[in-house]
Design a binder for this molecule. Structure first.
Ligand SMILES: [Fe+2]
Length: 317
């Protein structure tokens, strides 16, 4: 039998799964698919359409994100650049891009299903995040069920309750409509209500649905994996959120019910399906950021502004 990925599963984890933030141990930090050599090879083969390289701007400066490309560096050089810079590389949907990582994801959720009776998941995805020392992920929440798997390095993760004032129904509706997850209002006073975890390689976190969270890398290169999934209950929650969002923004109503059964539920399910079919949501979703830099092959961690490229070409002619 394959060695389990969770290495210390215990009954309390089944009790807490989905109900409270929890930390469990795993062995992906020692798994050959997650060694730096394997990650470097993965980066080199990764399709352009499926990665995002984001630069965070100067420390202490304005919250300014730019999106760029790897610019022909080797995988090992990309990892060096991230270690020396202020950026992160998101290898999105790795489980769809590479079947070996799909197998890991399937094994994880098969173990969850065995350990948490009745916890059947579908539409599972995973992504790998390689991020610079001290990088941050701002306060936000996600719509699907989510877990964070630390592979290399260490980070501090703050997990907040999934109720007002930390998360309001209106905020959840806005995220469902716009797919922008990081514009949530954050108050440092919330931290007194957060569960704070410092996790290193071989530890993973899972939290209740939609629980807001934020992440601070410690002073080291970080490699982590996020896994996302849907259950029937989460899918129904999402349909209600979307239905309520449409009632509130399009029809000026103030929906109060979040029931996932009965007449009201099915009316909202039909309403949001109709709006989706009509393609009305796309108009509310933000355009993607332009690609405006590439990594500098000569100065690890630095970037080259793509907007200045024509001038460089002129000079070379
Ligand atoms: Fe998240």
């Amino acid at each position: 039998m394959t060695e389990p990925i969770f290495t210390d599963w215990r009954p309390e984890l089944a009790e807490d799964w989905g109900r409270a933030p929890l930390c469990a141990r795993h062995r992906l930090d020692r798994h050959p698919l997650f060694s730096f050599e394997a990650l470097a090879a993965l980066i080199e083969a990764y399709p352009r359409a499926h990665y995002a390289l984001v630069h965070m701007g100067a420390q202490g400066g304005k919250r300014e994100w730019r999106e760029g490309e790897l610019g022909g560096l080797t995988g090992a050089e990309v990892i060096e650049a991230i270690k020396a810079g202020r950026m992160w590389l998101n290898l999105r949907n790795i489980s769809a891009v590479d079947a070996r990582y799909r197998d890991v994801l399937d094994q994880i959720f098969e173990e969850v299903r065995r350990n948490v009776p009745g916890y059947t998941t579908h539409n599972r995805t995973s992504g790998l995040l390689i991020s610079s020392p001290n990088a941050q992920v701002y306060y936000h929440c996600d719509l699907p069920g989510q877990s964070l798997w630390q592979i290399h390095g260490a980070k501090r993760v703050y997990v907040y309750p999934n109720r007002p004032p930390f998360l309001t129904p209106e905020q959840l509706e806005t995220i469902a409509l716009t797919e922008v997850e990081v514009n949530m209002a954050y108050d440092p006073a919330y931290d007194a209500h957060a569960r704070v975890f410092e996790i290193g390689g071989g530890e993973m976190l899972h939290w209740p649905l939609n629980a807001p969270h934020r992440v601070e890398n410690l002073e080291c290169l970080n490699v982590s994996m996020t896994t996302e999934y849907w259950t029937e209950a989460i899918r129904r929650n999402q349909m209600v959120t979307m239905g309520n969002a449409i009632l509130r923004t399009r029809l000026g109503l103030a929906p109060r019910s979040t029931a996932t059964k009965g007449v009201r539920f099915w009316a909202k399910a039909a309403l949001q399906a109709g709006v989706r079919r009509a393609g009305l949501l796309n108009a509310m979703r933000k355009a993607k950021r332009p690609i405006d830099f590439r990594l500098d092959p000569l100065r690890p961690g630095q970037i080259v502004d793509l907007a200045r490229q024509p001038a460089l070409l002129d000079a070379a002619e």
